[in-house]
Design a protein. Structure first.
Length: 473
């Protein structure tokens, strides 16, 4: 039965503000701040909390714009939907195409971080073995239709908070034993002799990876009670609380290990865990991080293949390739294999570059959501409405400028690949729309029946590093 047919089933509005915020925080995976700590420290010269503060400011302006658009368009679809409705369907398609880059590279980054930490514990095992192992196991499980149940979200969140709490306490204890109570309050983690504005900006561009998720709550709009009021608050609270956690963890960790000298920046937190808690805690930390990375890798790969399947089903991608299901397992096997193949690129990349690939799509989407608020202001003003220029002009303009600035602080290879990807999107859109003469296919974000795509969570709830979360396009 079509979704718009009379009597068709509709999503139930049951989610409260608290539930939506917890969903967003679970998606952001607070433990990721430790997973990428060394990489950000290397970029900033040992001023990780400053990078997170800058990223937080940028995200708060952008979160404000997401809140405005969620209130104006209380439907799923996030950046793709907002740009399509506020500006143009073709531009919305390109923004969606840009964020698709996130999906392709998100599983790769997850596997790369997990592999880096395993190699730190087992240096005799080549790094490529861990990467291939992650890719092979998760691909096989996803093809067979193994689900990462959403019910594990709460348990995983509790475990992450516990590990983070212990890490912060042990870091503070280590600093106290080394320098007394006075050493716990210091400006050194925020600025030191090696700190530069360029370094902080580059670090913030990487740190923004940890914030990916505050925007994902917008995909729950159709299931949220009073979304026009709840959703803007939930977006801001998710970004603010998550950012507060990141800054606190970065501060205490940077206190425990001043500077940016590590044996391997990609696994720096494991080195610090051993320093502050000994072999036992470092083993617990490693186990927790690897388990979280493995579980979220399954979810990320499943969600990527599910998104490709939905786009193939809706005609945005070739149906014969992307809309096919495995005859026995009823899973989008070709899409899963494609995602696994892309993950093998991790054999030639480091964490900093790979996270930059993801952030290219994210900053592109963030920028255009801010621009969508400006476009909404112009359109509604022409219709005679009186709107607050601070909320509809100043804040989104600042958000767009900061997002663009951070975008161009990303790794050079990421910028090159991202621009090539956008160029391919424009060419593909031209083919789809007969040289832009007809509207592009409209991507659907409704849930496919479980018997249609087993092993892949609903598109609205499938993107994350520590648990399912929403699609961005």
């Amino acid at each position: 039965m079509p979704n718009d047919a009379p009597g068709a089933p509709a999503l139930a509005r049951t989610l409260t503000l608290r539930a939506v915020v917890l969903f967003g925080l679970a998606y952001m995976t607070p433990l990721i701040v430790l997973g990428t700590f060394g990489v950000v420290a290397a970029s900033t010269g040992g001023a990780v909390p400053t990078a997170y503060l800058l990223a937080l400011v940028a995200m708060l302006f952008t979160a404000h714009s997401y809140g405005k658009m969620a209130a104006a368009h209380p439907v799923a679809g996030s950046a793709y939907t907002y740009v399509r409705k506020a500006i143009d369907g073709r531009l919305g398609f390109i923004v969606g195409w840009a964020t698709l880059l996130d999906y392709f590279f998100l599983p790769m980054v997850i596997w790369l971080i997990g592999g880096a930490y395993l190699q730190a514990q087992f240096p005799g095992v080549p790094h490529w073995i861990w990467i291939i192992g992650f890719v092979a196991v998760t691909t096989a499980l996803n093809i067979r239709g193994i689900k990462t149940a959403e019910r594990v979200n709460d348990l995983l969140m509790v475990f992450q908070v516990l590990v983070i709490g212990i890490f912060v306490v042990l870091s503070a204890r280590h600093v106290f034993h080394m320098g007394g109570a006075g050493a716990l309050v210091s400006a050194t983690p925020f600025a030191n002799g090696a700190t530069t504005a360029v370094g902080i900006s580059a670090g913030a561009a990487i740190a923004a990876y940890s914030f990916l998720g505050f925007d994902a709550v917008t995909t729950l709009t159709e299931e949220t009670v009073d979304p026009k009021r709840t959703m803007p608050r939930a977006i801001l609270l998710t970004a603010l609380i998550g950012g507060g956690i990141f800054v606190l963890v970065a501060y205490t960790t940077q206190l425990a290990h001043p500077g940016s000298a590590f044996d391997d920046p990609s696994s720096a937190a494991f080195e610090i865990a051993k320093t502050i808690g000994g072999d036992l805690f470092s083993s617990v930390f490693l186990a927790g991080l690897v388990v979280a990375q493995f579980a979220s890798g399954i979810a990320a790969q499943a969600s990527t293949s599910r998104l490709l399947y939905a786009m193939g089903r809706d005609g945005a991608l070739p149906r014969r390739v992307f809309a096919r299901l495995h005859e026995r397992y009823r899973t989008p096997a070709l899409n899963i294999l494609l995602t696994g193949a892309v993950g093998l690129i991790a054999l030639r990349l480091d964490v900093a570059t790979s996270t930059s690939f993801i952030n290219f799509g994210a900053f592109t989407a963030f920028t255009f959501v801010n621009v969508s608020v400006l476009a909404t202001y112009v359109r509604r003003r022409r219709a005679g409405e009186v709107l607050n220029p601070l909320s509809y002009v100043v804040a989104p303009a600042i958000g767009a400028i900061v997002d663009l600035y951070l975008l161009f602080q990303l790794d050079g290879r990421a910028l090159t690949l991202g621009l090539i990807w956008l160029g391919l999107g424009v060419v593909y859109l031209a083919c789809l729309t007969r040289m832009f003469r007809v509207p592009p296919p409209e991507m659907s974000f409704t849930e496919t029946a479980p018997e249609d795509v087993q092993g892949a969570a609903p598109l609205q709830n499938t993107r994350g590093r520590g648990g399912p979360a929403g699609a961005d396009i």
